[in-house]
Design a binder for this molecule. Structure first.
Ligand SMILES: [Zn+2]
Length: 412
């Protein structure tokens, strides 16, 4: 049985009574002879002397005085049983099932993810930062159900649900519903539009962090109601209802982007992602000064280039990039509207990045903005304001454990 286990356990030394046993990727040896297997979460199996013959699983705590010191699969120091103790039982975190063994939270295949206390406090390892432990709080903790016993043996149940969240919906759907206030009042296709175009930002925790900082979005009667159209900070987003309905229709019919005739014979590229666009304006206020500077510079560079290659035609009042139909591939901006100002350039880039179809376009037309946005999603601490770092990193750690945030968020 021991031989069939993959070498995924910890490495180091196991002290038991007078014996000092070697542990190599989980396999326990006495003088070169395998005598059992130790998992990272402190479960042992297939034991023989001197550990006592035992085929099933046993916790290290059940072998009095037994101590392991070494490293886990990440190469981080690991001591078992360790100084902390906590509950034992089954944990469901955002519908993902885990085991808790004396406070150690582990996957079904015995990888240790973090710790739980008898008070219900959770800490998870952040693998992006060398296994830094991040403590969950009311912002980051996902729905938590525990059933088992406390460290003193007392039976214990815990059921934590996020405030205002609907238990039948996933975290990301709930976040979109919280953000888009009129969600329950729009049609099925409109709901689908909002979900599809905001999912990436919801799953990565960026929607929640930005909503908390800037505010939510709602439908109103604001002609050209872009909150950022003037570059003036207003926090909450007001979307014009007619414009929203129009965009949903465009998206359904033409996809994320389309070409419209403007000032004949010229054409303009349009991105049909108004919710993500307005969200982009909010996100801009959450960026560090350095990040905003990079965007400004990139915009100025493109604007100059655009004025050279595609100068605005006489008699055209607007500020969008217009090109000859044959020049479509030589356009400078991902959409015509992106030319109007640095703020719109950014908001249009965020919008284009929101869904795979136009994300590819952005990568082709404006690789620099594409890369910047990849950075925001994967390494938000490099782009966001310093005061948001802790909340986004803790939240992303939680979302990874909760199965909301995939290893590569760009698969969303
Ligand atoms: Zn705008």
């Amino acid at each position: 049985m021991v031989e069939t286990l993959k070498g995924t356990g910890p490495s180091g030394f196991l002290e038991f009574g007078q014996n000092l046993l070697v542990v190599d990727y989980g396999k326990i040896y006495q003088d070169g002879t395998p005598v059992g297997f130790l998992h990272e979460d402190g479960l042992m199996q297939g034991l023989s002397e001197p550990l006592g013959v035992w085929q099933g699983l046993k916790t290290i705590e059940e072998l009095p005085g037994c101590v392991f010191r070494g490293i886990d699969r990440r190469g981080l120091q690991l001591e078992l049983p360790g100084s902390s103790s906590g509950p034992t039982g089954g944990l469901t975190y955002n519908k993902q099932s885990f085991n808790v063994i004396f406070g150690r939270i582990a996957t079904q295949d015995h990888r240790i993810l973090g710790f739980m206390t008898d008070e219900g406090e959770l800490q998870f390892y952040d693998d992006r930062f060398n296994g830094t432990l991040r403590k969950m709080d009311e912002v980051s903790q996902l729905s938590t159900i525990f059933q088992g016993i406390k460290s003193n043996g007392q039976p214990w149940q815990l059921n934590y649900q996020r405030p205002l969240h609907r238990p039948d919906k996933s975290y990301w759907e709930n976040e979109i519903i919280r953000y888009f206030e009129d969600f329950d009042r729009v049609t099925g296709p409109q709901k689908k539009y909002v979900c599809e175009t905001m999912r990436l930002f919801a799953c990565t925790g960026l929607l929640q962090v930005v909503r908390k900082q800037e505010g939510s979005a709602g439908l109103g009667n604001v002609r050209h109601g872009a909150s950022g159209a003037t570059g003036v900070r207003s926090g909450k987003v007001n979307l014009d209802r007619d414009e929203f309905e129009k965009e949903v229709g465009f998206y359904k019919q033409f996809g994320a982007s389309m070409v419209v005739p403007r000032h004949k014979p010229l054409i303009e590229v349009r991105i049909n992602l108004v919710v993500a666009h307005e969200y982009g304006h909010q996100l801009e206020f959450c960026l560090s000064q350095a990040a905003q500077g990079i965007i400004s510079e990139a915009y100025e560079k493109r604007r100059k280039l655009c004025d050279q290659i595609h100068p605005l035609p006489d008699g055209y009042e607007g500020g969008a990039e217009l090109v000859q139909p044959t020049q479509l591939d030589e356009r400078v901006f991902v959409s015509g509207y992106a030319r109007s100002s640095m703020n719109e350039y950014w908001a249009e880039s965020v919008a284009a990045f929101a869904v795979p179809q136009s994300r590819i376009l952005l990568a082709e037309v404006d690789p620099e903005m594409h890369e910047l946005l990849v950075g925001i999603v994967k390494e938000p601490e490099k782009m966001l304001n310093f005061n948001l770092h802790e909340s986004i990193l803790t939240l992303q750690t939680s979302l990874r454990v909760g199965g909301e945030l995939p290893e590569n968020p760009l698969t969303i």
